[in-house]
Ligand binder design. Structure first.
Ligand code: SF4
Length: 946
């Protein structure tokens, strides 16, 4: 349907004055779709869409597009994108949102459309590169894919033949492929999956997993009455754009927003109640809210009586008491007696009245409490996992687990694809990833890898880093440099990356991988109370297909020889097993062509054919499931999803005990709910585990229930007379994403500095006069010198610095990401001392992109993470990011951007934190509880040490 544009009075006046050229709404122009904001072309016109080219204005130049859906690859949310492929040039001209994506619904944050910058980046890596000279020397030669594949596959073949399975490791930064790499790694038979999760979210995940196995919350913000957020979800949080739009929806419908954050973030500024809690005090505040709910009897008795393992608690902790729910309530009131609002207020440095007010909103929300913690407090503090455990306690008390407007377990809102082939679980346990010291670690101890290698715990034959930049993103980056350059510790390092990064400088191969519109992936995330899948597809490949040209490999249509991991892994795995003696090829044979190598279309064809409801929906349009996904880019598997713990299950041969648990062969298999056997939660008790027997069995008898652990940066640990403060280094900017957005010029123009946020009182104490003054920030292993931003938007005694900025290259490194990368000089002294100083700031440069000559900013920020020691939490294994720092004015010779680090000291600190761990094995010689999730789970027998 079309409509005419009506001219406004102002437009008419401007035309008559000659300020605007005369606007002729439709005559001679293109029809405009009707609607509120009718920017989205209808899908039936996606291969033939004509609109005016905005950049040609005021000329009216038509462009004819083929519009191809894909998904954004700039953060974990995987929002839908539509790529506008200019049919004349065959190039992508812009990205907009995909209205058919159930999570993002046509909207994106700034990083989505900025994908166009990334694919057009003049400095991107276009060909496979192999190191010349010494590692890190900055010398590279172009090689063919064939050459790279043959060498790498040959090395891996030899390692497997030599039974060196634990010497092959794949280390992923940004995953987003729903099990693809995991399946590949298991086909190799190695326990070689390593992730970035322990510097990201393992803390919060542990707290949730102890409650109900699932390790993330899925809040139903839209239908909530109260939204309780730890940190800044509204503008930068996990699943940022899908969550932000639903938080706003909830607020527009009247939900109250409570935000705990020491910074006045954009989210906090929108809150009804902002609690600027001292970092690490969050669990105390949450427990104070819980205590109010308990004391005032506002808890959901019906939910708790059925769904909490209160009987386990009473039987073990109060064996003399009668096992009744009322006794449980009495006992936990005693447990939390010290958590008065006044106590929490002292810990947090907020007003007790505000805590009480927040608690009332939580209590009033009842089953409509949507709550979230992802990184933030869960990842900043020693014991951060208790923050999410205490946050979820409020969901349990209010009965808002899995309800409309409440908070569901993540797994209920996420689709798991069915693969054409599932390799058997590997028969190896790699202690470099899951060491004995951390039996409960939620994910791999990835940030300790350099120390483990230095400690002589192993060596790597083949090490893949995949969209992963630990030298820059992780703490203690110089320790990474020390092991990455050491060929006796890492024999072959392959960096799979779309752009140059600080880790790739120390690779043997740098293999260019595609951005969002240049690759295949399957996405599904718990963005809201539904289940969906989305298809990231290489848009020029789909465009070619629409134009009648078949493509064998995605690198044929991508810029240069840029490829994608999906096809790379198929080819590599095939080559690893030339004589089929390793059994790897069996897992890469087509389900449709017997004995032949699978291709990427067949891989997704099989998955989509097995998505419930998709074949039927596709059939309605006379499409195959794969064709449907190529056309729309997304599919909603379930439109709403609540209360899955109430799914019926078979309780045959099981006996029901007095607590409503059906028990078969000593294991709880179901729960009785209103006389029916239902699935419950996948914990040992099948209930919400307020009391964790697992923690008892694994030597954490003192941490069995939601509690408060004083953080390593608790005020008691800081000496104010020495100007010791807490540095919060974890907050995201809405416009950047770790080290990956450095080649997006629009984003770099918006955000390219990371000054230290500091309250005026703190600044005055240090002697800083104004924003822009330099401050020396000393950590336990070194220091960095940054500018200060003096603002009341941060709590006194707390300073904060965003972690996206401070990119660098050395003189010898290839240019890349020049929009926000400074050139540095790195000096290495004896005894593990390293120094970095700025040689050159960001500046205009010549390229095919005329904008590169227009760069007006010089600042590229300061790399703070490299000055942080590792802080492994002894339970979750999470790196506890917050730092105790000493603030001072720099000396006369100290300059902006100076960095100094002592890696010997960082090794000592690694050992100090290691002593806090309570190593396994646990019961029956187990390395880890069998019921807890483990990335790429190996065979059960490997869980036993003997
Ligand atoms: S929130 Fe932004 S960066 Fe993340 S996937 Fe969506 S559009 Fe991309």
């Amino acid at each position: 349907m079309t409509t005419s544009l009506k001219k406004s009075l102002i437009e008419k006046a401007c035309e008559s004055l000659g300020i605007l050229e005369t606007i002729e709404p439709t005559a001679g122009g293109l029809p405009v779709s009707e609607g509120d904001f009718s920017k989205y072309p209808p899908p039936e016109q996606w291969h033939d869409w004509t609109e005016y080219d905005a950049s040609s204005w005021p000329r009216r130049q038509k462009k004819n597009y083929s519009i191809v859906p894909t998904t954004c690859f700039n953060c974990e949310a995987a929002c839908g994108l539509l790529a506008y492929v200019d049919k004349d040039s065959g190039r992508v001209r812009k990205f907009e949102g995909n209205p058919h994506h159930p999570a993002s619904r046509g909207r994106n944050c700034a990083k989505g459309p900025a994908t166009i910058n990334q694919i057009n980046d003049d400095e991107r890596i276009l060909h496979p590169l192999k190191r010349k000279g010494e590692r890190g020397s900055g010398q590279w030669e172009q090689v063919s894919w064939e050459e790279a594949l043959n060498d790498i596959a040959g090395r891996m073949h030899n390692s497997l033949k030599a039974q060196r399975h634990n010497s092959i490791v794949y280390h992923v930064g940004r995953p987003g492929h729903e099990g693809y790499a995991e399946r590949v790694i298991q086909s190799w038979g190695v326990d070689g999956h390593n992730s970035h999760t322990n510097i990201c979210s393992a803390g919060a995940r542990t707290g949730y997993a102890l409650w109900h196995f699932f390790d993330r919350p899925s809040p139903d913000y839209t239908n909530a009455q109260t939204i309780l957020l730890i940190s800044s979800h509204l503008e930068t949080g996990h699943y940022f754009n899908p969550h932000a739009q639903r938080i706003v929806e909830g607020m527009m419908k009247g939900a109250k927003l409570i935000v705990m954050d020491p910074r006045l973030s954009n989210t906090a500024s929108m809150a009804d109640i902002w609690l600027p809690t001292y970092p690490g005090s969050e669990a105390a505040v949450l427990l104070a809210m819980g205590k109010i709910i308990l004391d005032e009897g506002k808890y959901d008795r019906q939910f708790m009586e059925t769904w909490v393992n209160w009987h386990d608690y009473l039987q073990t902790v109060h064996p003399g008491d009668e096992v009744t729910f009322d006794n449980f309530i009495r006992c936990i009131k005693e447990e939390y007696v010290e958590f008065t609002p006044e106590f929490a207020a002292r810990e947090a440095g907020v007003e007790a009245e505000k805590i009480v007010e927040a608690a009332q909103h939580v209590a009033e929300a009842g089953t409509q409490l949507a709550a979230h913690n992802w990184r933030s407090a869960g990842s900043g503090n020693l014991g951060g996992w208790q923050v999410s455990r205490c946050l979820h306690l409020l969901n349990v008390l209010t009965g808002s687990v899995g309800t409309e407007g409440g908070t569901s377990p993540s797994g209920w809102n996420k689709y798991k694809p069915k693969f054409f082939d599932t390799p058997p679980a590997q028969k190896f346990w790699n202690e470099l990833q899951y060491p004995v010291e951390y039996p409960l670690a939620h994910h791999e101890l990835s940030f300790l890898l350099p120390h483990f290698l230095k400690d002589g715990r192993g060596e790597l034959d083949v090490y893949f880093t995949r969209v992963f930049n630990p030298v820059w993103t992780y703490p203690d980056g110089f320790s990474w440099v020390e092991v990455l350059r050491d060929e006796s510790k890492i024999k072959c390092h392959i960096a799979l990356t779309p752009t140059w990064n600080e880790t790739a400088y120390w690779a043997d191969y740098v293999l260019p991988m595609g951005h969002a519109s240049e690759r295949h992936d399957l996405n599904s995330y718990e963005t809201h109370s539904a289940v969906w899948i989305a298809f990231r597809q290489p848009v020029l490949r789909e465009f070619s297909r629409r134009e009648g040209k078949e493509v064998q490999f995605t690198h044929e249509v991508n810029p240069g020889e840029v490829w994608e991991e999906d096809e790379f892994w198929i080819e590599l795995s095939w080559k690893m097993d030339p004589d089929e003696s390793l059994g790897i090829r069996d897992h890469f044979k087509s389900p449709y062509r017997q004995g032949e190598k699978i291709n990427i279309d067949e891989y997704y064809q099989y998955i989509f054919e097995n998505v419930p409801g998709l074949p039927e929906t596709a059939q309605n349009e006379d499409l195959s499931p794969l064709e449907y996904m190529r056309k729309y880019g997304a599919f909603e598997v379930e439109s709403s999803s609540y209360a899955k713990h109430l799914s019926s299950v078979n309780s045959e041969d099981a006996e029901m005990n007095e607590f409503g648990q059906y028990v078969r062969d000593g294991k709880v298999v179901a729960i009785c709910d209103n006389g029916s056997a239902v699935a419950g939660f996948p914990t040992p008790s099948k209930k919400q585990e307020f009391y964790s027997k697992t923690m008892v069995q694994w030597k954490w008898e003192d941490q069995t229930i939601p509690g408060y652990i004083k953080s390593h940066i608790h005020p008691d640990s800081l000496d104010r007379s020495k100007n010791e403060y807490v540095l919060v280094p974890t907050f995201r900017l809405p416009t950047l994403i770790h080290s990956r957005s450095g080649n997006a010029k629009w984003l770099a123009e918006i955000s390219h500095r990371n000054p230290v946020w500091m309250h005026p009182k703190t600044a005055a104490h240090i002697g800083l006069q104004r924003s822009g003054n330099l401050v020396k920030v000393e950590t336990d292993i070194g220091y960095f010198i940054d500018k200060v931003w003096i603002t009341e938007a941060i709590k006194p005694h707390v300073v904060a610095c965003s972690h996206h900025i401070g990119r660098w290259r050395r003189d010898q490194d290839p240019s890349g990401n020049s929009w926000m990368t400074c050139t540095v000089k790195i000096k290495e002294y004896r005894d593990g001392k390293w120094k970095m100083e700025l040689l050159d700031m960001v500046h205009p440069f010549a390229s095919d992109d005329s904008d590169s000559k227009r760069i007006w900013w010089r600042d590229g920020g300061v790399h703070q993470n490299i000055t942080f020691p590792v802080h492994p939490d002894p339970v979750s294994g999470m790196h506890c990011w917050h730092q105790k720092v000493r603030l001072s004015l720099p000396g006369p010779d100290e300059k902006y951007g100076d960095i100094q680090v002592d890696t010997n000291r960082s090794f000592e600190i690694y050992k100090e934190w290691l002593k806090m761990a309570r190593p396994g094995p646990g019961p029956n010689g187990l390395r880890r509880p069998l019921w807890m999730a483990r990335t790429l789970r190996p065979a059960d027998e490997t869980y036993y040490t003997d």
